[in-house]
Write a protein that binds this ligand. Sequence first.
Ligand SMILES: NC(=O)c1ccc[n+]([C@@H]2O[C@H](COP(=O)([O-])OP(=O)(O)OC[C@H]3O[C@@H](n4cnc5c(N)ncnc54)[C@H](O)[C@@H]3O)[C@@H](O)[C@H]2O)c1
Ligand SMILES: *[C@@H]1O[C@H](CO)[C@@H](O)[C@H](O)[C@H]1NC(C)=O
Ligand SMILES: *[C@@H]1O[C@H](CO)[C@@H](O)[C@H](O)[C@H]1NC(C)=O
Length: 238
Amino acid sequence: SGHVNNVILSDIKKPPDNVYHSGPFIYSDVLNHKNLREIVVNNNVSWLVHYSAVLSAVGESNVTLARDVNITGFHNVLDMALEHDLRVFVPSTIRAFGPSSPRDPAPELCVKRPRTIYGVAKVHAELMGEYYHHQYGLDFRCLRYPGIISADSQPGGGITGKAPWSVHNGSLKTHQTTQKPRRKVDPLRQAIAESWPMALEDSTARRDWGWKHDYGLPELVQAMLTHITPGNLLAQAN
Ligand SMILES: NC(=O)c1ccc[n+]([C@@H]2O[C@H](COP(=O)([O-])OP(=O)(O)OC[C@H]3O[C@@H](n4cnc5c(N)ncnc54)[C@H](O)[C@@H]3O)[C@@H](O)[C@H]2O)c1
Ligand SMILES: *[C@@H]1O[C@H](CO)[C@@H](O)[C@H](O)[C@H]1NC(C)=O
Ligand SMILES: *[C@@H]1O[C@H](CO)[C@@H](O)[C@H](O)[C@H]1NC(C)=O
């Protein structure tokens, strides 16, 4: 439909074929100010949804690059938004909370003193967006995502990657042995996961923009099991 062409997807790396063919796709490096400006001007862009980042697996070995892309890239996006009157969305994370934040539930507004560079960078982004809103009237939106869980893509190596593996492996073992799968806990990942919020206080989202969840834990696991195909399982095991 015509609406598909209203959204331009961009990255510095080639997308999978199905993504490439799903709508307009262009190269854009968030560190290149001139490139960003050209794209905004030439396409009459009005909203900017900013997802670029360098993930921890890479970020650990190249902190400078991760800092540049995550923080300087975000500053470039803010500049562009002010210059061209764009609305901006930037995802934050539950990692913005720290050990002194209440955990169950974590309120929207509370002490946030994260001890990871990732969390610190995200608190910075949240505060910068709020500041630009109050100072310059920027339309800035931000959501603190928990770990994103997917059934149909290769789960990542991070802590959240553990969740799809647990379901995939549990289902794999059940298929192979028809026995109940046993749970092995990785103490390091478990300790990190236990420092995260148990639940998020989301009443303002429910009130302000009608947010409601469709999936609880049982629905989530069921959906993942439904979408796991034998081919997918093989890919996971390799
Ligand atoms: N995945 C999660 O569970 C999760 C949870 C909370 C928040 N987030 C946030 O969502 C955002 C995206 O995360 P993701 O999991 O989709 O990561 P991802 O690695 O899948 O996507 C990041 C993209 O940024 C691109 N990129 C890297 N350098 C770039 C540059 N210089 N210019 C333009 N693009 C560049 C990468 O090629 C990659 O496609 C991040 O801000 C992350 O903090 C993700
Ligand atoms: C950059 O963001 C990614 C996630 O998007 C995170 O894993 C990484 O730790 C961050 N690094 C820095 C330096 O902010
Ligand atoms: C899941 O199974 C794969 C393939 O056998 C294995 O490499 C991986 O370590 C397992 N992961 C977990 C979390 O059990």
